[in-house]
Design a protein around this ligand. Structure first.
Ligand code: NAD
Length: 428
């Protein structure tokens, strides 16, 4: 159930204000960091397959680039808003800082629903988005990437448009490219695997063995699928997954007490992460409508769908068995729900730490693209594990030393690094 007043940007600012108070930031630093440095909003006219012209609204927000070029995905979503993009760009700044990679925070989007667009129409949206921003993005300025409902194909169209405009090959412009076309091995699995690298460390901290734990996952897209894969490899059992059903315009949860079979579910899942309900029933799943994933008797909850999913309305349904919440999605927990999670003593791995594997691997992709020399998959994933693990340990140590909630500790480390960079540059 969504609360009427939810505004992701107000939520991101409230989280920042808390960190600013803790760090005792001066007023200029606060003003600089609680708003994006630059925002672009524009129209993308597209001639549709039926001959009509439709105008789509596009966005790019560059929150802060004091630590390096901006970095952040482009989301295609019918409910995209400038405030969502602002919030996500701010979270990108903290995400790059918490894993200590030399990049800033950006985010982009287009209000559209790819379910109702042909590939040709989507290509034209991608090319139009780049034409509007060709002077304001670049390998050393701001580097886009895929996000919800955008893929490596969308990235390649965008790169092609950019290289055509600039008359040179610049694969470092964009990440999430197809492997063989400047993409990095390991990128597809990086976010989901990164979630589980931090889950693995958190379980050690909680004195739990993965083999004796179970989990419930919201979402069944890129992040969820790879998180489930690695969690299964560690011995964990996922008993519930969920997805959005486009035809019914509501979400469904798919339950199996003995553990979901990832490969069998993947075989009946579309490219948007939607699971076929009829086929799932045939495979013996309980198919239940709504956010049932949240009230399962499990040790771990992994919200891996969208923002604003654990709210004041449903947080009370989290079972006493839950010891750990790993936020694969960006902003899945509202501040009110967060208070209750904190007061229950549930260990949380906050979004911008848990899902930083994606941007960390994007950073590796950019490094490889700029060098035009590509690493093996194991090398990429090994480097990713090292980064994620050390970021988790730093946050966890601060949380333990100062008796802080994990989200606060992650914020304090990240905001402090960015505020320091702004100061050292002489901006504030
Ligand atoms: P995706 O489009 O591949 O999958 C999204 C999944 O969520 C789909 O299975 C969809 O059916 C499901 N979903 C949507 N609304 C739902 C609802 N109300 N209830 C249940 N399920 C619902 O997206 P993704 O790439 O997996 O991204 C998921 C989240 O992770 C987003 O918040 C995204 O910003 C964040 N994230 C993604 C990456 C990445 O590399 N893909 C990196 C960092 C953060």
């Amino acid at each position: 159930m969504k609360s009427e007043s939810f505004n992701p940007f107000a939520m991101a600012q409230a989280q920042f204000d808390r960190a600013a108070d803790f760090l005792n930031l001066d007023s200029a630093s606060r003003e600089l960091l609680r708003n994006p440095m630059r925002e672009y909003q524009f129209s993308i006219p597209v001639r549709m397959d039926d001959g009509s012209v439709k105008v789509f609204r596009g966005f790019r927000v560059q929150h802060n680039d004091s630590r390096g070029p901006g970095k952040g995905g482009i989301r295609f979503h019918p409910q995209e808003t400038i405030d969502t993009v602002r919030a996500l760009s701010m979270w990108m700044t903290w995400k790059c800082a918490v894993v200590d990679i030399p990049l800033g925070g950006s985010k982009g989007g287009v209000i559209c629903d790819p379910h109702n667009l042909t590939m040709r129409e989507q290509e034209l949206i991608c090319r139009g988005w780049v034409r509007q921003l060709s002077r304001d993005i670049g390998p050393l300025i701001d580097v886009p990437a895929p996000d919800v409902m955008t893929s490596s194909q969308h990235m390649l169209w965008m790169l092609d448009e950019y290289e055509t405009i600039h008359h040179m090959k610049l694969p470092g412009l964009i990440t999430g490219k197809p492997v063989g076309m400047g993409g990095s091995l390991g990128r597809t699995e990086a976010t989901g695997f990164g979630v589980i690298y931090t889950v693995r460390e958190a379980l050690k901290n909680l004195n739990l063995r993965a083999e004796s734990t179970s989990a419930s996952v919201q979402g069944f897209g890129n992040v969820a699928q790879y998180a489930i894969r690695l969690y299964n490899q560690l011995g964990g059992k996922v008993i519930c997954v969920s997805c959005w059903d486009q035809a019914d315009q509501k979400s469904y949860s798919f339950k199996k007490k003995d553990g979901v079979d990832l490969d069998a579910l993947l075989a009946i899942t579309d490219r948007f992460g939607g699971i076929d309900k009829t086929k799932a029933k045939d495979l013996g799943y309980d198919v239940l409508s709504g956010d049932v994933w949240i009230d399962q008797d499990v040790d771990i909850l992994m919200p891996c769908a969208l923002e604003n999913q654990i709210t004041a309305d449903n947080v009370g349904r989290i079972k006493g068995s839950v010891r750990l919440i790993a936020e694969g999605a960006n902003g899945p927990t509202t501040p009110e729900a967060d208070k209750e999670i904190s007061s229950k003593g549930i260990f949380i791995i906050p979004d911008f730490l848990a899902n930083a594997g994606g941007v960390t691997c994007s950073y590796f992709e950019q490094v490889q693209s700029n060098m035009n020399y590509y690493w093996e998959r194991d090398e990429v994933l090994g480097k990713l594990d090292v980064r994620m693990t050390s970021a988790f340990i730093a946050v966890n140590e601060l949380a333990a030393k100062r008796k802080l909630y994990m989200r606060d500790a992650a914020y304090f480390i990240a905001v402090n690094r960015v505020a320091q960079a702004c100061k050292e540059r002489g901006w504030v």
